[in-house]
Ligand binder design. Structure first.
Ligand code: CTP
Length: 457
């Protein structure tokens, strides 16, 4: 078995950007910055374009084609200034922009194969009141300078480790670790290996500070932002990815193998997958549309919707073992439920009014005495009348059709998703999913059914 220094070297050979890659990336970035600065000048906007994020920090992983360009405005007057910047860019360039308005207005464009995020923000100093969510990024670059010396490779190892374990990224889809969080974790612990040692012992809650900080956060991992003590850098990290990280760190400490840094690219055998599907009780809701919204908004809606339907299935007597959601973020979204059984129990205990509510009791007894749907009762339990009824529906597709008859808005499916469901959806059970096992969904589903992280053996 190889030892860690050898593995480290071999992984870095794969994931560390080459000098040529670095030069091209910085050249493209430099040209865009110059162009934006010229436009700002022409438009009389007091500000400057700067590159922030993993590229100037020296922590990006090879193959990365993203650049974060911030247009930093000198003085704050009103939030509307952010849009003025974007209007000026639209007016003076022929770049094809995608507007991304999830939380903060910004533009995305592609230049020379690179994806550029162009983000306007306000100049801030440490301790200043933050005017917009992205004002901190320039401060991060300043704070990290000098502190990340020689640690860039360890950050890269951590990012790759998190990507392979499926928990890299603060976006709603993942709910994992942001790039900046990785940088802080490595600075705090001194190396990737020391972070693994430490994370193996993290409990229900872990709090990391760079200074004396006191504000309480109700998150599993709290890492105070050294440039803003009011912010937890790990606020996007959800409970499950946090636990997954601890589990993976423990396994890695036990056995630091290269697999932790290597994606499984063996193609999914769809015949075998269909066999596995046949052995379990799965129901799918396929939603198709023309063009989805920005990913964070879309994933927020999908997560909420999959949960709302799960709750209703459970209330209707189905034993929902697990659920998941997949999307190609454009045209197809799939909600999937693993059930104890495709048919629910045949009878249902239905409670009526407390015995003291005379009028209601009268009505309840009127309905259910000698009613052919009643299996047992009416009878009293804990001070209330109840009956045991035959169910109307027994198959999950019937229940699903009933739940989604109005798109599901009534039961908590997000409004936008409900509209999509009304426009085009299909409920599919088991192997009927065959025609949809493509586009990456087949891998997601195979992992969902397998239900076991690769390091658990
Ligand atoms: N940022 C942040 N909190 C987040 C996401 C981003 O503070 N949840 C800020 C940080 O200042 C970060 C910058 O935005 O440096 C760019 O972040 P991002 O593009 O998400 O990733 P990188 O840190 O650049 O990492 P990589 O590109 O390697 O994924």
């Amino acid at each position: 078995m190889s030892v860690w220094p050898e593995i480290r070297k071999s992984v870095l050979e794969r994931i560390k950007p080459t000098r040529a890659e670095e030069i091209t990336l910085k050249e493209v970035g430099g040209q865009v910055v110059d162009k934006i600065n010229a436009i700002l000048k022409k438009s009389g906007i007091q500000g400057v374009a700067e590159i922030h994020g993993s590229v100037p920090h020296g922590t990006w992983v090879t193959g990365q084609m993203d650049l974060d360009i911030f247009v930093v405005l000198d003085t704050y007057r009103e939030r509307g200034q952010l849009n003025e910047v974007l209007d000026a860019l639209r007016e003076h360039t022929d770049w094809e922009f995608t507007e991304a308005w999830a939380e903060h207005p910004y533009l995305q464009t592609e230049i020379g194969g690179y994806n550029l995020d162009i983000v306007p923000c306000f100049r801030a100093r440490i301790g200043d009141r933050i005017r917009s969510a992205t004002d901190r990024s320039p401060l991060h670059t300043v704070w990290l300078k000098g502190r990340l010396n020689g640690l860039g490779d360890d950050v890269r190892l951590l990012k790759q480790f998190l990507k392979v374990t499926g928990i890299y990224g603060a976006e709603i889809k993942i709910g994992g670790f942001s790039g900046y969080l990785c940088e802080l974790l490595i600075i705090k612990h001194g190396s990737f290996m020391e972070l693994m040692e430490s994370a193996s012992n993290w409990g229900d809650k872990e709090v990391l500070r760079f200074k004396d900080e006191t504000r309480e956060f109700n998150d599993p991992l709290v890492v105070y932002d050294p440039v803003d003590s009011l912010r937890n850098v790990a606020s996007a990290l959800r409970e499950e990815p946090y636990r997954r990280f601890i589990s993976a760190a423990r396994a890695f400490k036990e056995s630091p193998i290269e697999r932790f840094f290597t994606f499984d690219e063996t193609p999914v055998d769809t015949d075998e997958l269909l066999e596995r599907i046949g052995e379990s009780s799965l129901v799918f809701v396929i939603i198709e549309e023309n063009k989805a919204e920005v990913p964070d908004t879309l994933w927020g809606q999908l997560r909420r919707s999959v949960g709302a339907i799960e709750k209703q299935l459970a209330l209707k007597g189905f034993d929902v073992i697990r659920s998941t959601v997949w999307s190609n973020e454009e045209t197809r979204h799939v909600l999937a439920y693993m059930l104890g059984s495709i048919n629910r129990t045949e009878t249902d205990k239905h409670f009526g009014p407390p015995v003291g509510m005379e009028k209601d009791v009268e009505r309840f007894l009127g309905i259910y005495t000698d009613n052919p749907r009643v299996v047992s009762g009416p009878e009293i339990e804990d001070g209330r009348w109840f009956v045991v009824l035959y169910r109307h529906h027994t198959h999950v597709t019937d229940t699903m059709d009933e739940l989604l008859s109005d798109g599901g808005a009534r039961i908590g499916v997000s409004r936008r998703t409900a509209v999509r469901i009304l426009q085009h959806h299909r409920v599919i059970v088991g192997e009927g999913i065959g025609p949809y096992l493509n586009g990456g969904f087949e891998r997601h589903l195979a992992e969902f059914i397998r239900g076991r992280p690769f390091w658990v053996e």
